[in-house]
Ligand binder design. Structure first.
Ligand SMILES: [Zn+2]
Length: 113
């Protein structure tokens, strides 16, 4: 007989409030509410990772990431879909859809808030 800790927690239900947050009920009873702005900031795709790593140190002048008007569309989700049995892919209002959030990452993000 296996211990429950043999496998990572799995989402029982996912509730996307498109302009607000992602709520996840995990099968171990934990509930995570992750603000979409935090999700977008943590986007694991190569494009966003590269952009974060390229950000200069404070004081050198921040690059303009997108136009100001894009900000709300960057933190609004258009839809989300499951990827296999391990991740959630989020399509953002600004058309960005390459971020695949593994459940382990979602769990960490939920615990950080
Ligand atoms: Zn991304």
């Amino acid at each position: 007989m296996r211990e429950p800790s043999d496998r990572p927690p799995y989402p029982k239900s996912l509730d996307l409030a498109r302009d607000r947050s992602l709520t996840i009920e995990w099968d171990d009873g934990v509930r995570s509410v992750i603000p979409l702005a935090d999700l977008r900031k943590a986007c694991p795709c190569a494009e966003c990772r590269g952009r974060r790593e390229a950000a200069p140190a404070a004081g050198e002048g921040l690059p303009v990431i997108g136009r100001q008007a894009d900000l709300s569309t960057q933190t609004t989700a258009a839809s989300a879909e499951l990827v296999g049995h391990y991740a959630l892919r989020i399509l953002w209002q600004d058309g960005h859809d390459t971020g695949i959030f593994e459940f382990a990452l979602l769990r960490r993000l939920g615990e950080a808030t």
